[in-house]
Design a protein around this ligand. Sequence first.
Ligand code: FAD
Length: 485
Amino acid sequence: MIGYGLPHFPMTRASSVDDSSGVVARLIGVLGSERVHTHPLDLLVFGKDAGVTPGEAAVVVLPESTDEVAAVVRVATAAGVPVVARGAGTGLAGGAVPTSACVLVVLTRMNEIFEVDEVGRTAWVGAGLVNEALSNAVADHGLLFAPDPASQQTATIGGNVGTNAGGPHCLAEGSTIAHVLGMEVVTGDGEVMMVGGAAPDPLGYDLRGLFVGSEGTLGIVTRVLVRLVEVPPQLETMLISFVDVSDAARAVSEVIAEGVVPAALELMDGPMIEAVENFVHAGLPVGPGAVLLAEVSGHSVGVAADAALVREIAVLNGATEIRVARDEDDRALLWKGRKAAFGAIAQSAPDYYLNDTVVPRTRFVDVLDEIYAIAERYELRLLNLIHAGDGNFHPIVSYDAAEAGMTEKVIDATHEMVRAAVAAGGTLSGEHGIGIEKRDLMPEVFSADDLDAQERIRDAFDPLRLLNPGKVLPEGSRCLDRPPT
Ligand SMILES: Cc1cc2nc3c(=O)[nH]c(=O)nc-3n(C[C@H](O)[C@H](O)[C@H](O)COP(=O)(O)OP(=O)(O)OC[C@H]3O[C@@H](n4cnc5c(N)ncnc54)[C@H](O)[C@@H]3O)c2cc1C
């Protein structure tokens, strides 16, 4: 097994924290017993995310305000107990999974929309607000929150910030980092600080880039000032079929090379199409090959011209059928197919491992071939879902974890796939983050000095190393930790 480094989880119950340090009693003093959970079932359920890594918290707390979060952090850190931030727990890299007995701070009750400025197109929201709830709430103003992870009906804005989440429509709009103007953050010592703000060019160091994607290791985000964008006045959505996945990949490269940046450009390969069609019956063409779900948006003249160019390029690259969504219902059906993909996979086997890696568009076809070859060598069932416009691959292995050694085999195979992407000039993750699951692969893309610089940044915000320990940076990344040469 390749350095996966499954952490050794102590099966500590809350009582041990309670007994040894009185942390639970003090947390109850801050939040009341209703919002402090120590039942073993709660600890197990909240201790897991949507990835494959097991974990268990020592105590789960549900604060409702920034002051409460700060007080919780102070209680925990004073006792030397780690603190892990958790949104909805839909993360796929083990980011919110405790690696040791910790206080798990669940932010879902901090889901308020404090302020919407429809003229300035911004909103202040609680970190626990569900992504889609924000877009629904501002729809009457003709606005939306652009990052649209397929988990948007559940995932929180704080979790989106934690992972720098992307989504199908982030090709044109950019991922979460492009939509966060400012944040209120509780640091490792329980202080409240502001990062960024409404000004277009914040004074001093711009720390937003550090906090977005920091996976709860630099602070707990409690409120977020987000940018809102206009609901596109016009859309054209097309489902384009190809006999060969490499034809679809070439069409994607040519569309982007022509200077057209569609709002979304999603690719599903043959096995993925079959799984989705059996699940949602959207009329997808089952068989070998691939489909591209392409959407262009904007004002009517531009949309018509861009859509025509996408179709022309698709035909030149061997498209066999182009279905244009007739109306909003038809469009919703096509997107339902794409967005229900993970549910569809669950039909064929009890478990799946969804990986996330990025490949330069020019190496798209080579890497895809390698990924298929790796799956064949390991005798695994592979389905591919790709944010094709930005080369963000999601190779998905569907399997049964009850089979002895299967999970380890799947992880080995998917890590090989990630390595193939990295060898082709790609990187470890496009949107799901590093968490635990990619942590030990970090040295494959960063030098020892790069990792040391990141460790020193972490020290600046979390000198006690109690914020989400064991995540993102592998053990021994600090220059100080290296053996003398
Ligand atoms: C079916 C499915 C589809 C998905 N599709 C996508 C997709 O299209 N694009 C995509 O990017 N991801 C996708 N994901 C992954 C996941 O939904 C995202 O990573 C999402 O941003 C996680 O949000 P969450 O609220 O569930 O965060 P959690 O899983 O609870 O936490 C994720 C990380 O953020 C940290 N964190 C959470 N809240 C805070 C906070 N307030 N302050 C500081 N750190 C915090 C946690 O410590 C953890 O490291 C998908 C997951 C599933 C299950």
